[in-house]
Design a protein around this ligand. Sequence first.
Ligand SMILES: Cc1cc2nc3c(=O)[nH]c(=O)nc-3n(C[C@H](O)[C@H](O)[C@H](O)COP(=O)(O)OP(=O)(O)OC[C@H]3O[C@@H](n4cnc5c(N)ncnc54)[C@H](O)[C@@H]3O)c2cc1C
Ligand SMILES: NC(=O)C1=CN([C@@H]2O[C@H](COP(=O)(O)OP(=O)(O)OC[C@H]3O[C@@H](n4cnc5c(N)ncnc54)[C@H](OP(=O)(O)O)[C@@H]3O)[C@@H](O)[C@H]2O)C=CC1
Ligand SMILES: C=C(O[C@H]1[C@H](O)[C@@H](CO)O[C@H](OP(=O)(O)OP(=O)(O)OC[C@H]2O[C@@H](n3ccc(=O)[nH]c3=O)[C@H](O)[C@@H]2O)[C@@H]1NC(C)=O)C(=O)O
Length: 296
Amino acid sequence: MMAEAAYRGTLLNNEPLAKYTSWRVGGPAQRMYLPEDKADLIAFIAGLPEDEPLVWIGLGSNLLVRDGGIRGTVINTRGRLKDMRLIDSARVYVEAGVPCAHVARFCSDLGLTGAEFLAGIPGTMGGALKMNAGAFGGETWGIVDRVEMINPRGEVVARGKQEFDVAYRSVKGLENEWFLSAELQLQKGNSETSQQHIKALLEKRNASQPTNKPTCGSVFKNPPGDFAARLIEACGLKGYAVGGAVVSEKHANFIENRGNATAVDIEALIEHIQTRVHNQFGIALQTEVCRMGDKA
Ligand SMILES: Cc1cc2nc3c(=O)[nH]c(=O)nc-3n(C[C@H](O)[C@H](O)[C@H](O)COP(=O)(O)OP(=O)(O)OC[C@H]3O[C@@H](n4cnc5c(N)ncnc54)[C@H](O)[C@@H]3O)c2cc1C
Ligand SMILES: NC(=O)C1=CN([C@@H]2O[C@H](COP(=O)(O)OP(=O)(O)OC[C@H]3O[C@@H](n4cnc5c(N)ncnc54)[C@H](OP(=O)(O)O)[C@@H]3O)[C@@H](O)[C@H]2O)C=CC1
Ligand SMILES: C=C(O[C@H]1[C@H](O)[C@@H](CO)O[C@H](OP(=O)(O)OP(=O)(O)OC[C@H]2O[C@@H](n3ccc(=O)[nH]c3=O)[C@H](O)[C@@H]2O)[C@@H]1NC(C)=O)C(=O)O
């Protein structure tokens, strides 16, 4: 590792990850780096051995970290890389650690429209770019113009949207590069209308999803032409539990941690659901949630 004086952020050893994931499960990170700001993160990565395994996390709202934890260095942007500013009339610069909800609010306050759908997505902009997070007809890459990325040598590269192969909850073209920031292209609109839109979307979401429970959102992607939740409910799996992990009674594509779930419980429940849906409907559900780390 590099000399301590060379960076301004915080380096933690053997840091438990459960408190950084919305499911509240996961073993320790061998090392975790909390950068002071973007320049500090670039310097930190440039100073690492090129073969140091790097894993990035934002708000951990789409992560299943296994109980054995993660080897190498976890870059945690939560509460860091949080600059956001208006570039010109309808363009916004946003760093990877900014929560999606803050982007939605910032844009609506400025009378810019297009980012309202981000309001209820409990992740960072970095996670939203990686996942092409979307809701209620909006998708992250629908409002992205260009991004700034970093590679394992600490080199920063500007990339245009056309360099990525973007689809439903999928972004290809990211080999060994991570997001530092994005430039969003919004439309001029009306602040009050945007705020009302956000309110309506949050109400809709709270009515159908267990937003106050520890979950990772939708566990599975929707298969073409159908809904994972419909299939899981039709298999009679609402309320089905493995250890502390249970299929939500409110929304069948959500798995709740009842308080004492382990990653093993959650993975076993995921596999059980896949088997049951496959046996009954012949459909192989694909996970949306990102699984990482070692088994305990
Ligand atoms: C209650 C609830 C509701 C949800 N609703 C939605 C929804 O409506 N729509 C939706 O799409 N998702 C939804 N999600 C899932 C989740 O919020 C999104 O996928 C979100 O974009 C994840 O962001 P994050 O910062 O938490 O990423 P994390 O979970 O921390 O990481 C997710 C992935 O992104 C990678 N990553 C993180 N930061 C970076 C970076 N800077 N550069 C490169 N890779 C990075 C990680 O390595 C990992 O592979 C929901 C989750 C919850 C808990
Ligand atoms: N704690 C739990 O049991 C659950 C947590 N989660 C998710 O886990 C992550 C960590 O939560 P927590 O430890 O409570 O941290 P915080 O409540 O401190 O939230 C961290 C950031 O996430 C934003 N956020 C929190 N909830 C939501 C939401 N429902 N929709 C949009 N943005 C949200 C917050 O925005 P703002 O500053 O505007 O409040 C804040 O910027 C968040 O993504 C949270 O949504 C999901 C389900 C259950
Ligand atoms: C939460 C996420 O994203 C969400 C996003 O918030 C919402 C709103 O746009 O639309 C998707 O959910 P979804 O497809 O389950 O949307 P919903 O409208 O709740 O349900 C779809 C259908 O499934 C049925 N349904 C839903 C829940 C349930 O328990 N049982 C059931 O049968 C509903 O009746 C409806 O006909 C995204 N999920 C996926 C996998 O695409 C996420 O990705 O983590």
